[in-house]
Design a protein around this ligand. Structure first.
Ligand code: ADP
Ligand code: TYD
Length: 209
């Protein structure tokens, strides 16, 4: 496909949304056609599923049902927004994609990574071209995410131990998929992180064109 598919990953509060937005602004200023999106959500149907998975009682869904809902949302997002935009040569920047399911659904209640991978293979079958992992200490990320407020709190109280496990999980994924992953130290200023990200995105674009 002619476009470029970029994802941002990391634990809650690491600065993904901020950095995804800044990269979109930087690339647009250079004349690129950019679609900025997010998961869960990104298409009208997937945004409806977002409310189902992120709001309400933490026990609202079983782990299996939750994985199906995230995957259904991703499939709709891919079909309706991501694939058509890439086919038109656009740069798609998404705040989270399948790596989030590998970590959250794959590790949160026991080891479900094999199920997550099987469903991904069957229903999604597509990885980003480039993935920025915004890495940081979970205690700092938690304090940032808490400061935001809002109603999407089903996942906000994982506890420190699980957050540390997820951070380690993301770093391990970055090694497993080292071709597309770029690990960025998210504890620095917003501007310093954004500079690194923009430079790496620029290198990738240059290599591909
Ligand atoms: P995420 O999407 O990973 O949950 P956000 O981009 O929403 O993270 O950032 C969470 C909070 O932390 C926001 O209030 C944001 O303004 C702030 N923030 C983001 N990056 C930084 C940074 N590098 N330094 C300090 N605060 C930051
Ligand atoms: P998001 O809105 O990115 O939250 P934050 O900005 O706090 O990082 O994502 C909401 C939550 O959804 C987040 O806790 C991670 C979770 N999530 C999954 O569990 N699986 C997934 O596949 C995705 C995309 C998100």
């Amino acid at each position: 496909m002619p476009g470029l598919f970029i994802s941002f990953e990391g634990i809650d509060g690491s600065g993904k949304s901020t950095q995804a937005r800044l990269l979109a602004e930087t690339l647009r200023a250079k004349g690129e056609d950019v679609v900025l999106t997010r998961e869960p959500g990104g298409s009208p149907g997937a945004e409806e599923i977002r409310a189902l998975v992120l709001e309400g009682d933490p026990d609202r869904w079983s782990a299996e049902t939750e994985l199906l809902l995230f995957t259904a949302a991703r499939r709709d997002h891919l079909e309706r927004l991501i694939i058509p935009a890439l086919a038109e040569g656009k740069i798609v920047i998404t705040d989270r994609f399948a790596d989030s399911s590998r970590i959250y659904q794959g590790t949160r209640s026991g080891d479900k990574r094999a199920q997550v991978d099987a469903l991904h293979e069957l229903m999604i079958g597509r990885e980003p071209d480039l993935t920025f992992l915004i890495d940081m200490d979970p205690d700092l990320g938690h304090a940032r995410a808490k400061g935001r407020g809002g109603t999407e709190e089903r996942f906000e109280d994982f506890g420190a131990e699980l957050q540390h496990k997820m951070r380690a999980g993301f770093l391990a994924l970055a090694e497993d998929f080292s071709d597309r992953f770029r690990v960025v130290d998210g504890t620095r200023s917003i501007e310093a992180v954004a500079r690194d990200v923009a430079q790496m995105a620029h290198c990738e674009l240059k290599a591909r064109r």
